[in-house]
Design a protein around this ligand. Structure first.
Ligand code: NAD
Length: 515
């Protein structure tokens, strides 16, 4: 394999320009003040300059979103708000290819996964439109005669959405589609690595707003790095800050939002594991693990990073996974190529982190069974293509307990289920988990309160690839937030408890007498 198989940067820039134009971008962005760039990990080179925001322009965006919230959006009936999201969903269906191309260009995701990410946006639109007629409150029997007790859900205000590079469009849409039907307005600060996908999403949403007569400032996009994000963190008009990214980012953001008594919703790093029991169907284990560990070049928050295998089957599982990884070697490269399964890492930092983690694992007594090499170091010096690695570890050392955002799968052994669960839960993060077993009692123990401590717990499938119908998120260092389906919408609204007296008298609760 040689680098002539990679597309050149000019071709990618042209492709990005075409996709952006089709999504209505070009006439959207006035000069603002900060010079940024759009880059592609496919070649590692700059595509073209992009105007970034400053803290001052981000503050103006919050003002606009806040004014629209108070003057229009919170009083627009929820089913009418749903029409905006419905129209947006139609536009996403029309522009699925355009957005997916931008995701591949900016995040380096293979095209099938990029299409899947846009499909996830379409799915959340469907869910949010249905939700716009189902923002249910409860009624409770009052203890007082002639009284009614109920709760009402109201919009919160401006929702600040900060997102990571690796799901550049889906995570924003989970937040935004739900927030919009809940009556909130949104200011979005995407990753500085993915400004083009953000411009395209914003362009399509603005077109939808125009089509249904919704105010344009229901959504504002601010581009830039941490400093621009901090403007949202600090602004008391941002009622909810929903931030997705590393645990380090969450640790920086959470106390600052809490200090101003704001709400936050955090979706942070994972260190996801699967337990493989002796009864497991090993075909499922191999297929499930290889997709979860090497898919998206190990750059999903739910990527499989630890395989905790019963000693009776550990050698066989390791051998079969290594065989499967060897076949991946022919499938590394241009993420637009249909045969490619492993695209590039996002950049140099990710590659350095991978090399450092492998060195530490070796120093801890780990054996690299396969992978780890970088490709095209000379001919594509700015791009970082790596062979996904599998490392057999003698124990769960410090490096295994950390999230390295790259394709490294650590294999650990266990003897009893208790030991497996202890290893499984013995990391700071708590996002996604799985058990492969044919033993129902064992599966139930893993799903129980004394089993996995994660927000996502699966049986006989891998750790990645969640659907939007369930609540998504995790515990411990993953931040505790929940987004997407189920009752996650409640995080985007405030609850009022109402007592209505229709009886004429004024009985007090708890039998209190006064006057
Ligand atoms: P990152 O933490 O470097 O950046 C994420 C976002 O936060 C970016 O937009 C960045 O500009 C912003 N940011 C960083 N510091 C900030 C600060 N102090 N104030 C305000 N904004 C700040 O993460 P990344 O490298 O883009 O993404 C990878 C990480 O994200 C991994 O740890 C991965 O597990 C995690 N992730 C989690 C989920 C989830 O749902 N749990 C989903 C995707 C990614």
């Amino acid at each position: 394999m040689d680098t002539s198989a990679l597309p050149d940067t000019e071709h990618l820039a042209e492709r990005a320009r075409t996709a952006l134009g089709r999504c209505g971008v070009g006439r959207l962005r006035e000069p603002i003040g900060a010079a940024g760039v759009a880059r592609t990990p496919i070649t590692g080179q700059i595509l073209f300059p992009v105007e970034f925001d400053t803290a001052a322009s981000a503050e103006r965006a919050v003002t606009a979103a806040h004014d629209t919230f108070t003057s229009a959006w919170r009083d627009t009936p929820a089913p009418v708000r749903g029409r905006l999201v419905h129209r947006f969903g139609e536009l996403l269906r029309e522009h699925k290819e355009d957005l997916a191309a931008l995701v591949t260009i900016e995040a380096g995701k293979i095209h099938s996964e990029a299409l899947g990410e846009v499909q996830e946006m379409i799915d959340i639109c469907d869910l949010a439109v249905g939700l716009s007629r189902q923002l249910y409150g409860r009624t409770m029997p009052s203890e007082r005669p002639g009284h009614r007790l109920m709760e009402t859900w109201h919009p919160l205000g401006v929702v600040g959405v900060i997102t990571a590079f690796n799901f550049p469009v889906a995570v924003w849409s989970w937040n935004t589609c739900v927030a919009l039907v809940c009556g909130d307005t949104v200011v979005w600060k995407p990753s500085e690595l993915t400004p083009l996908t953000a411009l395209a999403c914003h362009g399509l949403l603005m077109r939808a707003a125009e089509d249904v007569g919704a105010p344009a400032d229901v959504h504002r996009l601010v581009l830039g790095d941490r400093e621009v994000g901090e403007a949202l963190v600090e602004d008391p008009r941002v009622a909810l800050l929903s931030a997705t990214g590393s645990t380090a980012m969450g640790r920086a953001v959470a106390p600052r939002v809490a200090a101003r008594m704001g709400r936050y919703l955090l979706e942070l790093g994972g260190n996801n594991a699967a337990v493989v029991a002796p009864s497991a169907d090993l075909d499922l284990v191999v297929r499930g693990s290889v997709f979860a560990a090497a898919g998206t070049a190990g750059q999903r928050c739910t990527s499989l990073r630890r395989l905790i295998v019963h000693e009776d089957v550990a050698d066989e599982v390791a051998r079969r996974i290594v065989d499967a990884y060897k076949q991946l070697r022919d499938r590394i490269g241009d993420p637009f190529e249909e045969s490619t399964l492993v695209g590039p890492l996002v950049g140099e930092r990710a590659h350095t982190a991978m090399g450092a983690a492998l060195a530490r694992a070796r120093a801890d007594g780990g054996e690299v069974l396969v992978g780890g090499a970088r490709w095209w170091e000379e001919s594509a010096a700015d791009a970082y293509y790596v062979e996904p690695a599998v490392v057999r570890m003698p124990g769960q050392t410090e490096v295994v307990r950390e999230e390295t955002f790259a394709p490294i799968l650590y294999v650990l052994g266990y003897r009893t289920l208790e030991e497996a669960v202890e290893l499984h839960n013995g990391v700071p993060q708590g996002l996604s988990s799985a058990i492969f077993t044919q033993d129902q009692a064992e599966a139930e123990r893993f799903l129980s309160a004394a089993g996995s401590d994660c927000g996502i717990v699966n049986v006989n499938i891998g750790t990645s690839g969640a659907e939007i119908g369930g609540a998504f998120g995790g515990e411990k260092d993953t931040g505790g937030g929940r987004e997407s389906g189920s009752d996650s919408w409640k995080a985007y609204m405030r609850r009022a408890t109402n007592t209505v007296n229709y009886g004429g008298g004024l009985p007090l609760a708890q039998g209190v007498r006064f006057l």
